[in-house]
Write a new protein. Structure first.
Length: 96
């Protein structure tokens, strides 16, 4: 994962393809000792009637280079936490 001062990251898939994604939000979990990022590929939100495909990964930030390494979320407990955080985020967005 690479990111600069903007809210975008470049995600590289298993086949080496790069996809520019917009970061929805990040958060840290003391319970799991990890940071998480929720993001979606840029261009998928162009049609407002379509749902966007939101991806989530854990990551370890590298403070020196502002890069980080994405890792898959491995447990149901982590997915429950991510889903709860996403639902809270979406509820707040609807209120604004």
């Amino acid at each position: 994962m690479e990111h600069g001062e903007t809210n975008t990251i470049t995600v590289v898939d298993e086949e080496g393809n790069e996809q520019l994604c917009e970061i929805l939000f990040t958060f840290e979990s003391e319970e799991f000792g990890k940071s998480y990022v929720l993001y979606y590929p840029i261009g998928e939100n162009d049609d407002e009637d379509e749902e966007i495909d939101i991806h989530a990964s854990s990551f370890i930030p590298n403070e020196e280079t502002r890069d980080g390494e994405l890792s898959p979320i491995e447990t149901d407990e982590e997915w429950d936490l991510v889903e709860e955080m996403l639902n809270t985020f979406l509820e707040k967005q609807e209120e604004e």
